[in-house]
Design a binder for this molecule. Structure first.
Ligand code: ADP
Ligand code: MG
Length: 241
């Protein structure tokens, strides 16, 4: 497959006098898994928020599935975000009083759709949680809760799934399980994934690693190994200090 799901062109984002993004050009291809890394404050979260339409860049363009977000009204942007974009964070952000199935159904309800039970079951099965539909978040492990959050992010079949340190709150073993699952979503279903991480092992599950330094793309690795990622990162941290 050779199409681009997300295209960032000359992206700049200023927070008052702080330059969070300083001219980023990046393409995320359909069905690819990209890790975004870089020192703290290098602009990773800002990049993801702009790419997902959660934040508006100061200048430059974001396209998702060929649609330029800059030209959309707030209403259309909200709709596009709801339907074409999934987002997971380090915190799972599940609603404690709702079951796994009800949490996963939320985006559909927000969109005014009545969720079909089979659809919810299938979404939970996709993340390996069949049989957990009636559990509440408090009755699930951290890894299982993050899987529910991922199922919720994927329920609308978004063009792209963004994760800002999605395994950051998980122990090593659980985080590997979630990474294997993300990798399978890419390999089996051609899901496009863009994930911020500071863990070289997590990044090694991606097809490509993009390194940010001071709001700019400072390097890339294709078919990354944890060792090469760690070496590259060590170099960047030295440069950034
Ligand atoms: P990262 O995720 O790589 O740690 P961020 O994208 O969060 O980096 O931040 C990039 C830069 O932009 C930092 O200098 C940060 O302090 C600044 N920044 C981010 N968000 C805001 C905000 N809402 N207001 C002011 N400055 C911000
Ligand atoms: Mg961040």
């Amino acid at each position: 497959m050779n199409t681009t799901t997300v295209r960032l062109t000359a992206l700049r984002r200023l927070h008052r006098e702080v330059v969070a993004l300083d001219g980023v050009d990046l393409d995320f291809r359909s069905g690819s898994f990209t890790a975004v890394m870089g020192p703290s404050g290098s602009g990773k979260s800002t990049l993801l928020q702009c790419a997902a339409g959660l934040d508006r860049p100061t200048s430059g363009a974001v396209e998702i599935d060929g649609i330029a977000l800059g030209g959309l009204s707030e209403r259309r942007l909200t709709l596009l975000r709801r339907e074409r974009v999934g987002f997971v964070f380090q915190a799972f952000n599940l609603i404690p009083s709702l079951t796994a199935a009800q949490n996963v159904a939320l985006p559909l309800r927000l969109a005014g759709r009545r969720p079909v039970r089979a659809e919810i079951r299938e979404a939970l099965a996709r993340v390996g949680l069949e049989g957990r539909t009636r559990h509440r978040p408090g009755e699930l492990s951290g890894g299982q809760q993050q899987r529910v959050a991922i199922a919720r992010a994927l329920i609308t079949r978004p063009a792209v799934l963004f994760g800002d340190e999605p395994t950051g709150a998980l122990d090593t073993r659980t985080s590997r399980d979630v990474l294997v699952m993300l990798r399978e979503l890419v390999d089996r279903e051609a899901q496009t994934i863009v994930m911020v991480t500071h863990d070289p092992v997590a990044a090694s599950y991606a097809d490509r690693v993009v390194f940010l330094v001071d709001g700019r793309v400072g390097g890339e690795l294709v078919a990354p190994t944890a060792g090469r990622v760690a070496a590259e990162l060590a170099g960047l941290e030295v440069v950034a200090c």
